[in-house]
Each structure stands twice: as C-alpha cells, then as structure tokens.
Design a protein around this ligand. Structure first.
Ligand SMILES: Nc1ncnc2c1ncn2[C@@H]1O[C@H](COP(=O)(O)OP(=O)(O)OP(=O)(O)O)[C@@H](O)[C@H]1O
Ligand SMILES: [Mg+2]
Length: 112
C-alpha cells in the first residue's frame, strides 16, 4: 500500500477527487494548506513596488491506494491536475505499513 499526498491548485480539487473516484478510490481526506515551491511564492508589482506573497493557498488530498494501482492512479491524478503552468502541484508517495478499518477490524488492502 502507498499513501499519496497530492497537492493541487484549489480550482483542480474537484476534478482530481472525481477522477480518483472513477479509478476506485472514493475514500480520501482533504485539507487546505499554504505552501511554496521553487518560485518561493509569488512576486508581484503594485504601483511600481515589488511585493512578495511568501505562501500560496493550495489543497491537499491524502489517499491510500493498493500497490498494483500506483501507476494508474499517478497518471489519473496528473491528467486531472495539470495545466502546464508553474504551481500545478506535487504528488508525494510513501509506503504504508498497515490500515485498519475500525468498525470491522479488517486490515491491509481490504481495509482501504
Ligand atoms: N519540496 C517540497 N516539499 C514540500 N512541499 C512542497 C515542495 N515543493 C512544493 N511543495 C508544495 O506544493 C505546492 C505546489 O508546488 P509547485 O507546484 O509550485 O512546485 P514547484 O516545484 O515550484 O513546481 P513548478 O515549477 O511547476 O511550479 C507548494 O505550494 C507546496 O505546498
Ligand atoms: Mg512553483
């Protein structure tokens, strides 16, 4: 199993969630976050002065997936989240040791 932390543009959140549902992952968590990437936020000009917005609002989706679905889910997320402009976001992937469905006691992939 893997945990995907998917950081996306706010306006792409719904599209990514819908796409995850279509490939078999309706269960997920979301959060509103602030962050920055290699451009270190945003530099703007206003009335001839330069301003820096140090952190930009983004959305984060956390979803646990089965090992065999990794490639398909990655492709699905990229297709839904990508605009081609800076700030499209990232996918962080980490291995997961176990999952427990509290109601039933199921564990592992069948608990996802
Ligand atoms: N190295 C990182 N570690 C943790 N979070 C990151 C990292 N890079 C980016 N993020 C998070 O992802 C968000 C989007 O990053 P972004 O897509 O701008 O990455 P980037 O590396 O600057 O790529 P691009 O050049 O396409 O903009 C950031 O606002 C931040 O929340
Ligand atoms: Mg960036």
């Amino acid at each position: 199993m893997f945990k995907l932390e998917i950081i996306v543009r706010e306006e792409k959140l719904e599209e990514v969630i819908e796409a995850l549902g279509e490939v078999g992952y309706p269960g997920l968590s979301i959060a509103s976050i602030e962050g920055r990437g290699q451009q270190k936020g945003l530099q703007e000009q206003f009335r001839g002065r330069a301003y820096t917005i140090p952190f930009l609002p983004k959305r984060k989706i956390e979803v646990l997936i089965r090992e065999n679905d990794l490639e398909r889910v990655k492709e699905t997320v990229i297709k839904a989240a990508r605009t081609g402009e800076p700030g499209d976001g990232k996918i962080f992937i980490t291995p997961v040791v176990d999952v427990i469905r509290i109601r039933t006691g199921e564990t592992g992939e069948s608990a996802i």
